[in-house]
Design a protein around this ligand. Structure first.
Ligand code: TPP
Length: 278
């Protein structure tokens, strides 16, 4: 690896650590929040927002921008931290997470939060919207790409596959899906609730190119995003992740799907994440 690339990877790793730390702080302040689902996607979000996507936070509605939809809308805490960091809105607005008069809610709301492209929370709907945006970009002859991040439990929804099938039909080489494959959903481990594996074969049979990666390793995430961008078919990145990544007692512990922290838990999480930041 050349030095420039190594520096970039290091920078992104540092950024991800900072975002994780701020995610936990924000979730604690909010009272109840989906910490586990947010921490599994943090590295992917950092790669998208600080490396890959062509965006302009000062002009969020810029026509040529790339678009991102968090289809697993409940895991939005890290996304809010990133949007505020990038300047879509002031960081203080995040302090009102889940408050009635706040601009950031428990699930992303495109009518309230600058930078949110589509309202999600009802699982399964994000990818249909992404297909529509990708078709619109083609009609308008825009270079924009559309990225959509789905949960591995979420893709059990039938509506997802209707959208996946139509992406092939419309030859959407500007559409990139990412599956956060943390192997959990809200009520337990995927194989126990609904064994929906194998993923690769399912997506391939719908005409998509498939890339499988470690969703916490920037050495794999960045090349996957670059490859996906050049794909001549709609492309899905299946990212193996850990729910609650970065905090020892949250990792693979589905109690942290959505949970209120005790003061001790919060302090322990902060300690672990601040040590990680050094
Ligand atoms: C249509 C719909 N049904 C049920 C829910 C409740 N729900 C919230 S999160 C979740 C589990 C999602 O699992 P997954 O997509 O794997 O996300 P993760 O495990 O990463 O949190 C469910 C069923 C919902 N938000 N929308």
């Amino acid at each position: 690896m050349n030095e420039e690339r190594a520096r970039l990877i290091k920078k992104l790793e540092e950024k991800a650590k900072e975002i994780r730390y701020k995610t936990v702080c924000l979730a604690y302040k909010a009272g109840k929040a989906h910490t586990g689902p947010s921490l599994s996607t943090t590295d992917i979000l950092v790669a998208l927002y600080y490396y890959k996507m062509n965006i302009n936070p000062k002009n969020p509605k810029w026509v040529e921008r790339d678009k991102f939809i968090l289809s697993k809308g409940h895991g939005c805490v890290s996304l809010y931290v990133i949007l505020a960091e990038l300047g879509y809105y002031p960081a203080e607005d995040n302090l009102k997470l889940r408050k009635v008069d706040g601009i950031v809610q428990g699930h992303p709301d495109m009518t309230k939060t600058p930078g949110i492209e589509f309202t999600t929370g009802s699982l399964g709907n994000g990818i249909g919207a992404a297909v529509g945006m990708a078709i619109a970009a083609k009609i308008d002859k825009l270079k924009s790409k559309v990225y959509v991040l789905l949960g591995d439990g979420e893709i059990q929804e039938g509506i997802v596959w209707e959208a996946v099938a139509s992406a092939k039909h419309y030859k959407l080489d500007n559409l990139i899906a990412i599956v956060d494959n943390n192997n959990f959903q809200s009520c337990g481990a995927l194989p126990d609730i609904c064994d929906f594996y194998p993923f690769r074969e399912k997506w391939q049979s719908f005409g998509w190119n498939v890339i499988e990666i470690d969703g916490h390793d920037f050495n794999e995430i960045l090349p996957a995003l670059d490859l996906a961008e050049r794909s001549k078919n709609p492309c899905v990145i299946i990212a193996k992740t850990i729910k609650g990544k970065g905090v020892s007692f949250m990792e693979n512990n589905n109690a942290w799907h959505q949970k209120t922290y005790t003061k001790e838990e919060y302090e322990q999480a902060c300690l672990e994440l601040s040590l990680l930041r050094r």
